[in-house]
Design a protein. Structure first.
Length: 207
């Protein structure tokens, strides 16, 4: 006769922390507990089998005796083979997902590193831009100051200087021209006087 102990499976939520890929993560899982009574008379470290109640009718008869399971041996072996195949498939999928996770995590780290480098470059460019703007403003102020300092010294513009020089050249040309005219006039006056005197002398000889 098979000794049967009736109990209920209880579940408790349990949390644990693990470091995965350099990051601290919290995982939650179920912890199962089968409470026993003192009247069950089970010794410590005793090995037992737990069978769901819905499957008990296939194993034990009404008198608590094990049924003859020899006829179902092939069925159990078939199910066992199927379970082993499913387990192997799950292990392969788990291995594949693990590799995929590692690849994605590596890409994520590379992306974060590139983003950090870009952020540093942006900060450097913004700093250089601020320095250039300050330098340009300082250069502009220095140029304006230099212009203000030069304005009292250069009272006349280059255009005015050119006009003055042109007027001076014209005045000099006119003076030279007037001088030549006066000299010609003086020469003509002297020649007229000499000619008049010669004419007068010839007239006196004829008399």
């Amino acid at each position: 006769m098979v000794k049967l102990v009736k109990s209920a499976v209880k579940c408790y939520k349990k949390k644990t922390k693990k470091t995965v890929g350099g990051q601290r993560k919290t995982y939650e899982y179920n912890q199962y507990l089968v409470p026993l009574k003192r009247s069950d008379n089970l010794d410590c470290s005793m090995e037992v089998f737990i069978v769901p109640q819905e499957d008990l009718a296939d194993l034990v008869d009404e008198n608590g005796e094990l049924k003859d399971l020899s006829g179902k041996k092939d069925e159990y072996e078939s199910k066992l083979d199927q379970y082993e195949a499913d387990f192997a498939d799950l292990e392969w999928k788990h291995s594949k997902l693990s590799r995929t996770y590692k690849e994605l995590f590596s890409k994520h780290n590379k992306t974060r590193k590139k983003e950090k480098e870009l952020e540093d470059k942006i900060k450097t460019l913004e700093s250089d831009r601020g320095k250039l703007i300050s330098a340009l403003k300082a250069e502009r102020r220095a140029t304006e100051k230099l212009k203000m300092e030069q304005q009292p010294v250069n009272k006349t513009s280059p255009a005015t200087d050119v006009t003055v020089k042109s007027d001076q050249i014209k005045l000099n040309n006119e003076n030279i021209k007037n001088k030549d005219v006066n000299e010609d006039k003086e020469d003509k006056d002297i020649w007229t006087v000499l000619r008049s005197r010669l004419t007068k002398k010839e007239e006196e000889k004829e008399e």
